[in-house]
Design a protein around this ligand. Structure first.
Ligand SMILES: C[S@@+](CC[C@H](N)C(=O)[O-])C[C@H]1O[C@@H](n2cnc3c(N)ncnc32)[C@H](O)[C@@H]1O
Length: 388
């Protein structure tokens, strides 16, 4: 039998073994063949309420994600209908190894494995979800999210879920091979606040590549001291904090820029810095939106709708975020806007992610100018910032 066929058999053996033993952490199917409507399919193993293993499939078409839960046996069957044939690349992370499976253009199969030190297997008892940030991470205890025994405090579950969801989004945004590269990735977190997300992301990235490094930028000096103190106490390498406003910060390069709930135009400052630094990946969750609401007039036909304050507020939020996405596309990013966590956990649940393509989208530029004209909006801050 050819080595290519052996690779295919070995790959499916690894998958079914990790599904039945409960050692699968995550599998990502990417690089769809032309005509396949899904951009990516991800699988996560979890234990349902009665303790049985199930596999959550997330089918992502770029704008929507559909979820389906299957038994491990059904999951193996579903996978063999997707690969080979529909996706050319699969990354699998188990508690013991990382596996990369590729179908080449010549229709041969390549398989690479990398063993790593054991991670905890699927959580049982009261934890039905396979969290990327474990509840007993020391920084969670230090920041008051968890207790001494690693249990999440009753009133901090929303924050814990939000932290995990955010790390999952980044883990999905950036290809695993890139995250595991020996030189790691460099991250800047603008408006890092009490740094929950900064620590969570850094600790996750460091597990994937020890060379990953993270810088938090924060304008409140007491929070910068808190972050630095914690880094020293927990002896965490390659994580630091700078006291600065986002606009005045001196960030010349970064692979990934994040800004979570940076207020109003601080999100735009972060996007501006990200583009100027040539960031390959961007992830922002905007917060309060004031700038556009102050500048915007709106066309007369929309007045019956916009005379209600709450409608005007929501409309301006949507307009601002749509313009941000169009601008990112027009300067060479592929961008996406979605709800990243359900409303019951936080009202500020819109996220914009972007991946650099280097190909400015002229249609987005035209659409952006049309929207500004339509709503008699002289500028929306980010366009001014990027023009300077
Ligand atoms: C709502 S908190 C969010 C903190 C953190 N990113 C999180 O999601 O947990 C916003 C933080 O951004 C900081 N911030 C707001 N505008 C800023 C600016 N222009 N420059 C630097 N930091 C800023 C605030 O001081 C605050 O700590």
């Amino acid at each position: 039998m050819s080595s290519s066929e052996n690779n295919k058999i070995a790959f499916f053996e690894t998958i079914s073994d990790s599904l039945s033993r409960g050692t699968l952490r995550k599998a990502t199917l990417s690089n769809p063949v032309p005509g396949v409507s899904w951009r990516r399919v991800t699988l996560n193993l979890f234990k349902n309420a009665s303790g049985a293993l199930e596999v959550a499939f997330h089918y992502d078409n770029g704008t929507q994600v559909e979820r389906k839960n299957l038994s491990p046996a059904e999951a193996s069957a579903a996978l063999s209908s997707l690969i080979p044939g529909q996706f050319r690349s699969v990354n699998v992370r188990t508690t013991e190894q990382d596996v990369q499976f590729e179908e080449t253009r010549q229709r041969t199969f390549r398989l690479k494995r990398r063993a790593h030190s054991g991670e905890e297997s699927i959580p049982s008892h009261n934890r039905s979800k396979n969290y990327l940030v474990p509840s007993d991470a020391p920084f969670l205890r230090e920041l008051g999210i968890s207790m001494e025994d690693g249990t999440i405090r009753r009133d901090r579950h929303d924050k814990f879920r939000q932290i995990n969801k955010f790390v999952e989004v980044i883990d999905d945004l950036i290809p695993q091979q890139r995250l595991q590269a020996s030189d790691g990735i460099s991250v800047v977190d603008f408006g890092s606040g009490k740094h929950y997300l900064t620590f969570a992301l850094h600790e996750h990235l460091r597990k994937l590549s020890a060379s990953s490094r993270t810088l938090g930028i924060e304008q409140r000096p007491e929070l910068v001291s808190l972050g630095q103190g914690l880094v020293e106490r927990l002896e965490i390498p390659n994580l630091s904090f700078n006291y600065s406003s986002i606009a005045a910060s001196d960030v010349k390069a970064a692979d990934l820029v994040v800004a979570l709930h940076a207020c109003d135009t601080a999100t735009d400052d972060a996007l501006h810095k990200a583009v100027a630094a040539g960031a390959e990946f961007i992830c922002v969750a905007p917060c309060c939106h004031k700038y556009v609401r102050q500048k915007f007039t709106g066309s007369a036909d929309l007045l019956p709708m916009l005379r209600h304050g709450i409608i005007e507020e929501r409309f301006c939020e949507s307009l601002t975020d749509s313009l941000r996405v169009l601008l990112l596309e027009s300067v060479g990013y592929q961008a996406k806007l979605f709800e990243f966590i359900s409303l019951e956990h936080t009202a500020k649940n819109v996220m914009i992610t972007a991946r650099k393509t280097g190909k400015p989208n002229q249609d987005s530029k035209v659409a952006l100018e049309r929207l500004k004209d339509k709503f008699k909006l002289p500028d929306f801050y980010l366009d001014l910032a990027l023009a300077t």
